[in-house]
Design a protein around this ligand. Structure first.
Ligand SMILES: [Zn+2]
Length: 227
């Protein structure tokens, strides 16, 4: 009799655990649809419904921005694992691509940041952009990194999430950062684009002068190469 009771108790406990696990799993998995693609988002840690909505909105915005390249998300079925990085000083301190049978992206987030701060972070667009090509191997990862870094800004400009000026600024800052890293110097940080205006004037003046020279050479005193 005791054995029977213990067996029933064990069975009920198992059913209870399975039910809780099912509810938890269900409540933390969501699907984002982008064109024909399905992105399954799995919240690995506990996030409140408000935090989940904020994160899902951000992921949807970035997935749609990345889809502006071909009108499709890079892969038809993607997984996104979202983990908590509570004490981080930025919304998305870490992101990486997951390769293998189930391709996708792992993102570590600090949910205390606002929805706007999440949307203006570049990490999700960058990691999604990596999925456009297969992993090229460690030797050639520079190509994949360069491509994702270029697309993370270009596609956000295309989607209207960044202005054209912000896009150029981020591209320029990225090049400066890469150049500093190559020379072993510290991160040069942000660029005040207003300071780049003199360069635009010099370029404009150079093009104007070139135009004048060509007009004179073509029309006023045309050159005859054959005598
Ligand atoms: Zn990368």
């Amino acid at each position: 009799m005791l054995f029977y009771r213990a067996f029933v108790f064990l069975l009920l406990s198992l059913v209870g655990v399975a039910a809780v696990a099912a509810v938890r799993a269900e409540s933390s998995s969501h699907t984002i649809n982008v064109a024909e693609s399905q992105i399954k988002v799995h919240f690995v840690d506990r996030f409140t419904p408000i935090e989940q909505n904020k994160i899902l909105y951000w992921l949807q915005q970035h997935a749609e921005a990345v889809a502006t390249l071909y009108g499709e998300f890079p892969i038809p079925n993607a997984r996104v694992r979202v983990e908590k990085a509570a004490s981080a000083g930025q919304p998305v301190p870490w992101g990486q691509v997951i390769r293998g049978r189930e391709e996708g992206v792992l993102l570590q987030v600090n949910p205390e940041f606002s929805q706007a701060e999440f949307v203006s972070d570049w990490t999700a667009a960058h990691e999604f952009s990596h999925l456009f090509i297969p992993f090229p191997g460690n030797q050639d990862s520079w190509f994949s990194e360069g491509l994702a870094t270029y697309l993370q800004n270009t596609l956000r400009v295309r989607a209207g999430m960044l202005t054209e000026q912000q896009g150029w600024q981020k591209l320029y800052e990225g090049l400066r950062r890469a150049w500093a890293r190559l020379r072993g110097l510290p991160d040069p940080g942000y660029v005040d684009v207003a300071k780049l205006l003199p360069i635009a004037y010099v370029m404009g003046l150079a093009m104007l002068l070139m135009g004048v020279v060509l007009i004179i050479g073509d029309i006023v005193v045309p050159l005859h190469l054959t005598s």
